[in-house]
Design a protein around this ligand. Structure first.
Ligand SMILES: C=C(OP(=O)(O)O)C(=O)O
Ligand SMILES: [Mg+2]
Length: 401
């Protein structure tokens, strides 16, 4: 029933106005699925390779379509994704492009769900999933590679950990975003927005910590439940091997100083989440920080693990971090992403399913988070390409998908 009868690929816009790959998958019985590839800016050194959209489409048409059309069933995700790997023939998707691969992988999953008449999360996760929802981490203030002349730390993320529902959590994050706008206005600090819709004021990281603290406290009082916050430091972007340290506007921190700095901020602000606090090659420093604060906060590897089971296994062996960011396009297929989640879960690591800074209106990651019981999802707070996922979570919770 779900045998693939056609795969159509086209170039569409992402949220930054760049070209990305959209895939349509059609099946024998009339099933249809559409997927779009997101794109990173602060990409990890070890991510699967994104090719220019035109090139990715041309290569996938030549290499992947003959292995998919008439050959595999969209409902059998492992077969679809194995065909994509076979078509690619490399270990980093540099043949057909991780952007073509992930768009097709997601489109096939949706076509499989369509034929079943089931929500995507249920097709991916099984019938007993759909009663637990991830807490959304909302990007509120940001800089780094996502905005010029703003904070050094890439993301300050609201974490409505006490929210009684996804809906309340999503609205709380939007309220924190609005509250930060008001605090910035009171302080006469003009701010545009970065790539993910976070405010990008020209303030020091210390001031951003203070503003976040004030904003989450105000909104927590209004909403009546606990809201904490966390960070994506994007440490690999700050680390400079020539300087042998982390380069901030106010100076360079050695690795030891960086560990102490982050551990200090975890204590001071009760941070519940710290992503990529250290460089993507430094498992040892990750392990040091995890030993210090891992019992009170999530120490999450994004550029460190790149959704890759081998890099995650190395982290598990080294006790580096206690959670993993899951970005399907970092590794190229849903099968690879789910394998990473399963390895994480088996080893007591939490999974945080994530968007990219360049996004589309695709909602697959909302379903993936519910399908895998991920405790957190990171997909912004405002902006159409971000609210596409957040609103889909509200619909999933409301049994309206
Ligand atoms: C979402 C992120 O940014 P990008 O997509 O630019 O890697 C991140 O670093 O977690
Ligand atoms: Mg990150």
């Amino acid at each position: 029933m779900t045998r693939i009868t056609d795969v159509r690929l086209r170039r569409v816009l992402d949220s930054r106005g760049n070209a990305t790959v959209e895939a349509d998958v059609l099946t024998e019985s009339g099933g249809f699925g559409r997927g779009k590839a997101p794109s990173g800016a602060s990409t990890g050194e070890y991510e699967a390779i994104e090719l220019p959209a035109n090139e990715a489409i041309a290569n996938a048409r030549e290499e992947a379509l003959p292995r998919l059309i008439g050959e595999v069933h969209a409902g059998n995700q492992r077969d679809v994704d194995a065909a994509l790997h076979a078509a690619d023939g490399t270990d980093d998707f540099s043949g057909i492009g991780a952007n073509s691969a992930v768009a097709i992988s997601m489109a096939a999953a949706k076509a499989g769900a369509d034929v079943l008449g089931a929500p995507l999360y249920q097709h991916l996760g099984g019938t007993f999933r759909g009663n637990e929802y991830p807490t959304p981490l909302g990007n509120i203030i940001g800089g780094g590679e996502h905005a010029a002349d703003a904070t050094n730390i890439q993301e300050f993320l609201a974490a409505p950990v006490g929210a009684p529902s996804v809906e309340e959590a999503v609205f709380a994050n939007a309220a924190v975003h609005q509250e930060v706008h008001d605090i910035l206005a009171d302080r006469d600090l003009p701010a545009g927005k970065g790539d993910e819709g976070a405010w990008a004021p020209s303030v020091s990281d210390d001031e951003a910590f203070e503003i976040m603290d004030e904003a989450v406290e105000t909104v927590a009082d209004d909403f009546g439940f606990a809201i904490s916050f966390g960070l994506d430091v994007a440490g690999a972007e700050l680390y400079d091997a020539d300087e042998d340290g982390y380069v901030y506007d106010d100076g360079v921190k050695s690795t030891q100083e960086q560990i102490e700095y982050i551990a200090g901020k975890v204590e001071e602000y009760d941070l519940v989440y710290v992503e990529d606090p250290l460089d993507e090659n430094d498992y040892e420093a990750f392990a040091d920080l995890t030993a210090q604060v891992g019992d009170q906060t999530l120490v999450c590897g994004d550029d460190l693990f790149v959704t890759n089971v081998e890099r995650l296994q190395a982290g598990i062996n080294a006790d580096a971090g206690n959670s993993i960011l899951i970005k399907p396009n970092q590794i190229g297929t849903l099968t690879d992403a789910v394998d990473a989640i399963e390895l994480a879960t088996a080893n007591g690591y939490e999974s945080v399913v994530s968007h990219r800074s360049g996004e589309t209106e695709d909602t697959t990651i909302a379903h993936l988070a519910v399908a895998t019981d991920a405790p957190f999802i990171k997909t912004g707070a405002v902006g159409g390409e971000r609210t596409a996922k957040l609103n889909e979570l509200i619909r999933i919770e409301d049994n309206a998908v």
